[in-house]
Ligand binder design. Structure first.
Ligand code: ATP
Ligand code: MG
Length: 423
């Protein structure tokens, strides 16, 4: 027997029972982004591998073990399914000179791919909405980004379930000084480091603190703190950011161990975290990456952005029952008799032109079974046409959810009748 065809592990179908929830959430995001002056950018899902290696950093979870990389058999190029959205967005910005005498506030939304162990809130194809604000030095944009994400939680009813954690990573020199102290500290604890930790001790010691290994938490907690190495400018940036967030009435906790999993961050970093989803608690994460555009071949320009894991926010919305019911159509059009399919189809087009959502019954079916389908569709009204109605140029409007009598009206009165009965 042929092998059963199945989706790839960790890559999920979104079926109609859930897709309306995605649509609801996505439209809330689009509205939010428009309200804050962001513009959409759409880049390819596949990019050349060196882009991600250069942008994300060689010694990171993503580049070391999570990328879907393959050889383009046509020309031997190494290609990668995008694991995140910043690299491709900035590649496009540089390639098309979008920062020439300009700043940009950009957003994207779509699938990302990481070869991870699938579990609740962690998938191999997942979806992110992300923004990149380019050409702004901050800290005002840093604060606006926090305000925007806080606004989203408020709009969705999630404010009480998420917590904002922030930190400053300073600049490159400050990180270098801290790095020395950190390596010295980690060398004293080399015996308890896990495999990742040992490998990163010299190549990327900050990442050792980003560990999810519970056995290393205490050691990581007591490690030298980057905040103690910040110079005046970095400190001022951080204090300015915090003052603005506070002035907006947004609560936060400072987490000195928040370093983020990707290499490109500096200064402001943040995560919105929930305790409601187990270990997969980060729903939105980002920060400043002032050197990245230059690193990708552009003229130096500051930047800040975040990525939001849509599945995790949706899980939270589902758990807290904050999602609307599936939207239903206004009308289910029931039709029976010789010539009824065409008569009904013309009427359906007329109703749609008047702004109503209509499902027309297709194919055969007894009057009774059609009415059952009308009921099951969730439509507010059945509009019924049979031999008598066709002969008279009329249709029956029958409210399905309200205790009101049905009415027989002329074709050009159907939409108006529905509007009146709805009101
Ligand atoms: P984590 O620490 O959970 O692995 P990360 O630091 O790798 O997250 P980022 O690269 O910052 O995550 O991505 C931003 C957001 O995308 C995360 O906060 C999370 O909400 C979501 N995300 C990341 N990886 C996955 C995944 N494999 N499945 C679902 N969502 C994910
Ligand atoms: Mg990860």
């Amino acid at each position: 027997m042929a092998q059963k065809l199945q989706a790839i592990k960790g890559m999920n179908d979104v079926l109609p029972a859930e897709s309306h929830q995605w649509e609801f959430f996505e439209s809330a995001l689009r509205q939010l982004l428009a309200d804050y002056g962001y513009q959409n950018i759409r880049t390819p899902i596949v990019e050349t591998t060196p882009l991600f290696v250069r942008a994300i950093g060689e010694v990171t979870d993503v580049v070391e073990k999570e990328m879907y990389t393959f050889v383009d058999s046509l020309n031997g190029d190494s290609l990668t399914l995008r694991p995140e959205g910043t690299a491709g967005t900035l590649r496009a910005v540089v390639e098309h000179s979008l920062l020439y005498n300009a700043t940009q506030k950009l957003w994207y939304m779509g699938p990302m791919f990481r070869h991870e162990k699938p579990q609740k809130g962690r998938y191999r194809q997942f979806h992110q909405m992300g923004v990149e604000a380019l050409g702004f030095g901050g800290p005002d944009i840093d604060a606006e980004i926090i305000a925007m994400t806080a606004d989203l939680w408020r709009r969705l009813g999630l404010s009480e379930f998420v917590r904002l954690e922030i930190n400053s990573l300073g600049n490159q020199e400050e990180r270098a000084a801290h790095r020395q102290a950190l390596i010295a500290y980690l060398e004293q604890h080399v015996d308890i480091l896990d495999e990742d930790g040992k490998r990163r001790l010299y190549s990327n010691p900050l990442r050792v603190l980003d560990t999810k290994n519970p056995a290393l938490q205490e050691m990581a907690d007591k490690a030298p703190r980057l905040s103690d190495y910040l110079g005046e400018a970095s400190r001022a940036h951080y204090e300015g950011w915090k003052a603005m967030i506070s002035a907006l009435g947004i609560e936060f906790v400072e987490n000195p161990r928040l370093v983020r999993g990707l290499d490109y961050y500096n200064q402001s970093v943040f995560e919105w975290v929930t305790t409601e989803l187990g270990a997969q608690g980060t729903v939105c994460a980002g920060g400043r990456y002032d050197g990245l555009i230059e690193q990708l071949g552009g003229k130096p320009a500051p930047g800040i952005g975040f990525g939001m894991g849509l599945e995790r926010v949706l899980l939270l919305l589902q758990e807290k029952q904050l999602l609307p019911e599936r939207p239903t159509v206004d009308v289910y059009l029931v039709q029976q008799g010789v010539g009824a399919p065409v008569y009904a189809m013309q009427l359906a087009q007329r109703l749609r032109a008047a702004g109503l959502a209509v499902i027309q019954h297709l194919g055969d079916g007894s009057f009774k079974s059609q009415m059952k389908k009308a009921d099951g569709s969730g439509a507010a009204f059945a509009v019924i046409v049979g031999e008598n109605e066709m002969a008279a140029g009329q249709a029956v409007v029958k409210p399905l959810r309200a205790d009101a009598a049905q009415e027989t009206v002329a074709l050009d009165q159907v939409a108006l009748t529905i509007a009146r009965l709805k009101a």
